[in-house]
Design a protein around this ligand. Structure first.
Ligand code: NAD
Length: 240
């Protein structure tokens, strides 16, 4: 498929994990892509722009650089994310602030900067990344609040931006094999392989997700096949 020939995509958190797989998918289908991240794996299939998504100037500069180098901006995917898990009685102000800032402020700044361009240039597509944890998860008070907030942002952005031909949707993954889930295994002191096996057993499809499973759904939502889909949250977790 070559669904993104002539299109330009910006992926925050595109330096590794789900974001990197999304960059690769867009590039493989013909898009010019920017990965905006704090750090990058060696094999990112796009222009790497060092960006802290909590920094307004940096986010605006990443959008400007994308437009300058690739000639426009048609697609935004907000994948940048962190976890700072702790049970509520142990959660520090810093745990709370860092997660809220990265996910909520980061998504706010990126969508605001992208809409400033897209509303003036014929529209576009946005996909925001939430999580199964939006529905509650032990040890993730900060992260579940942020990920539920991202779903609220999706609905509001879809309502506000629809008139500019901008589709805004949200993908909420379950367990995906990345550095983030490895970090969780390390924190709770279990072997990552065992942790993944256990997650697979708990999943109706009896396997865990790979970054490509998420990238495929993001790409669909940014494609013309999904042009009448907006304001939707799609759980991608191998089950209901
Ligand atoms: P990851 O840790 O591999 O990738 C996250 C990326 O975000 C990293 O490259 C990191 O450098 C970047 N990032 C963090 N803070 C940033 C900042 N301030 N500015 C710019 N970039 C920043 O994790 P992942 O699993 O690929 O996660 C991608 C997204 O998917 C995240 O939003 C995460 O919350 C979400 N998610 C992951 C899972 C999972 O099981 N892995 C499940 C549900 C949702």
């Amino acid at each position: 498929m070559n669904r993104f020939e002539g299109k330009v995509a910006l992926v925050t958190g595109g330096g590794r994990g789900i974001g990197k797989a999304t960059v690769a998918r867009f590039a493989a289908e013909g898009a010019k892509v920017t990965a905006a991240d704090l750090a990058f794996d060696d094999d990112v299939a796009g222009l790497c722009v060092e960006t802290d998504v909590t920094d307004r100037d940096a986010v605006e500069a990443a959008v400007a650089r994308t437009v300058e180098e690739h000639g426009g901006l048609d697609i935004l995917v907000t994948c940048a994310g962190i976890i700072r898990d702790n049970l509520v009685f142990k959660m520090t102000d810093d745990d709370w602030e860092a997660v809220i800032a990265t996910h909520l402020r980061g998504t706010f700044l990126a969508t605001q900067a992208a809409q400033a361009y897209m509303t003036q240039h014929g529209g576009g597509k946005m996909v925001l990344i939430s999580s199964s944890s939006a529905q509650g998860n032990r040890g993730q008070l900060n992260y579940s609040a942020a990920k539920a907030g991202i779903q609220g942002m999706t609905w509001t952005l879809a309502i506000e931006l629809g008139r500019f031909d901008i589709n805004v949707n949200c993908v909420a993954p379950g367990f995906v094999s990345t550095a983030m889930t490895r970090q969780t295994a390390e924190r709770i002191g279990v072997d990552f392989e065992d942790f993944q096996k256990h997650a697979a057993e708990e999943t109706p499809l009896k396997r865990i997700g790979e970054p490509e499973d998420i990238a495929g759904v993001i790409a669909f939502l940014c494609s013309e096949d999904a042009s009448y889909v907006s304001g939707q949250v799609i759980y991608v977790r191998g089950g209901p």
